[in-house]
Design a binder for this molecule. Structure first.
Ligand SMILES: Nc1ncnc2c1ncn2[C@@H]1O[C@H](COP(=O)(O)OP(=O)(O)OP(=O)(O)O)[C@@H](O)[C@H]1O
Length: 449
């Protein structure tokens, strides 16, 4: 096999351009580098030159053959033999080429097969965890505002960042966006960035080549490749280790990835939806989240309100879950008592809709008859702790915080300021300082009882 530069302007080109067998005598070839070995061999054999012939498959030139030969007169005599030799060679070369083509196609089929198998595994796992993502229940203004945003962004390829406390329905909204997008006939692949050990997230996202690390016994496609032409849902993005955030940012910017241990770059076309229950700006301030990644994700933010801020949805949601669990538990409950509804409305729902869903499931199991009368809310003391936890998260000024804390300590000491075990002693300040703080913060004696 000669390379193109060796062919151009050489005797090889003469062979390729001739339909007939070509003879070159040693004088004509002079000291052409490509022919020196042939000429030496030719001389050793007592032959006088070299002949060359094009090899064709049908009308298609696929190569040429050169070998030492006696002389031009011999060609004439043995033309038939030459023609049958080049025809045989053409068949052999053609078989080799077909074989290579089939090998390549087999490799491609294998890659598609692997992708399909991984999609199948992924979808089977997903079906097991999804109850019903088509119904989003609620008519509150907050939810209607969310729907407006969903319909504005669904038709585009824009990146969406869904924010909200745990259990507020972030995944449900991500699915609604995907299902209303032009990508709806492809899959939405979910990656839970919090559920994976840090050392596996990279291979989970970008895939890996066989042998790229201990345990990588097979080549594996990552979620980016699996979601190609569809949507990639990066759940709990706030939990992603910072060193991987750079790699994710690169993939989002370049729209291409490299498998772990791989050399080739792979083009990807995925729509990104990310979700988190963390305050990403706080995470940036504390050095746990890259601000360049935040800007890349925060293109179209959607904030989901906690359930305690959309209490008018509670009854409808409860009835929806009752209907759902009726089926699963073989019950026939058709209503919920007004007392139970009131109890649900009074509760703070730190776990939001997921907590309501689980609570209704338990309550349905324990109900006999057509009315759900009793809801199994946590005991009052537990509710107080949960409430305190929620309140801890509300933003307060330093003065508000100081007032709250002094109040708590005063209550603990039953209003006693001075003396051993008094509030001033616990707070580590002189009683006079505490008294002036109490005055300044507007704390009244009756507040501390
Ligand atoms: N509006 C709604 N109507 C019906 N079901 C809902 C609604 N919102 C949430 N749910 C249900 O509540 C559960 C929790 O929702 P989802 O998993 O989407 O919350 P999340 O915000 O993604 O939670 P996390 O942050 O913990 O991942 C799911 O079972 C979901 O089906």
């Amino acid at each position: 096999m000669a390379d193109a530069r060796a062919i151009e302007g050489s005797q090889f080109e003469v062979i390729l351009n001739s339909d007939d067998i070509v003879f070159f005598d040693p004088v004509e070839l002079g000291n052409k580098k490509q022919f020196l070995e042939f000429l030496d061999f030719s001389k050793e054999q007592g032959l006088s030159g070299i002949i060359g012939s094009i090899i064709k498959l049908g009308q298609q030139p696929i190569g040429f053959i050169v070998f030492p030969y006696a002389g031009p007169t011999e060609i004439h005599r043995q033309r038939k033999l030459f023609e049958s030799v080049t025809a045989q060679i053409a068949i052999i070369v053609s078989n080799i080429l077909s074989h290579q083509k089939i090998e390549k196609q087999l490799q491609e089929i294998q890659a598609y097969k692997q992708q399909l198998e991984e999609e199948k595994i992924y979808l089977t796992e997903e079906i097991e965890t999804i109850h019903n993502y088509t119904e989003i229940i609620g008519g509150s203004t907050a939810l209607k505002d969310t729907f407006k945003l969903v319909s504005q962004v669904s038709g585009s390829d824009s990146t969406v960042l869904i924010l909200g406390e745990t259990g507020t329905g972030k995944e449900l909204i991500a699915r609604a966006i995907h299902n209303n997008s032009p990508r709806k006939n492809k899959i939405m692949v979910k990656v839970n960035c919090a559920a994976l050990p840090a050392n596996l997230i990279e291979s989970e996202l970008f895939g890996h080549e066989k042998g790229s690390f201990t345990g990588a016994t097979e080549r594996r496609l990552g979620k980016f490749e699996l979601a190609n032409n569809g949507t990639l849902f990066l759940d709990e993005i706030g939990e992603m280790p910072i060193d991987l955030q750079g790699k994710l940012l690169r993939a989002l910017q370049e729209r291409e990835i490299e498998r772990v241990g791989g050399k080739e770059t792979i083009k990807i076309d995925v729509r990104i939806i990310a979700a988190t229950n963390r305050d990403l700006e706080k995470e940036i301030a504390e050095g746990r989240f890259r601000n360049d990644l935040y800007y890349r994700l925060n293109i179209f933010p959607i904030s989901l309100p906690p359930l305690r801020e959309r209490k008018q949805d509670i009854e409808q949601l409860a009835l929806h879950f009752i209907k759902q669990f009726n089926k699963n538990c073989g019950k026939n409950i058709n209503s919920i008592s007004s007392r139970a509804v009131q109890e649900l409305m009074d509760y703070e729902w730190p776990g939001n809709i997921r907590e309501l869903e689980h609570l209704i499931e338990r309550s349905v199991l324990l109900t006999n008859g057509p009315v759900l009368k009793q809801v199994l809310l946590p005991p009052a003391e537990e509710q107080l702790v949960l409430k305190a936890k929620i309140e801890d998260f509300t933003l307060k000024t330093i003065d508000e915080n100081e007032k709250d804390y002094i109040l708590k300590v005063l209550k603990h000491c039953k209003g006693r300021i001075a003396g051993n075990g008094g509030a001033a002693h616990i707070l580590g300040v002189p009683p006079t300082t505490l008294n002036s703080k109490i005055k300044r913060l507007g704390i009244k004696r009756e507040h501390t009882m």
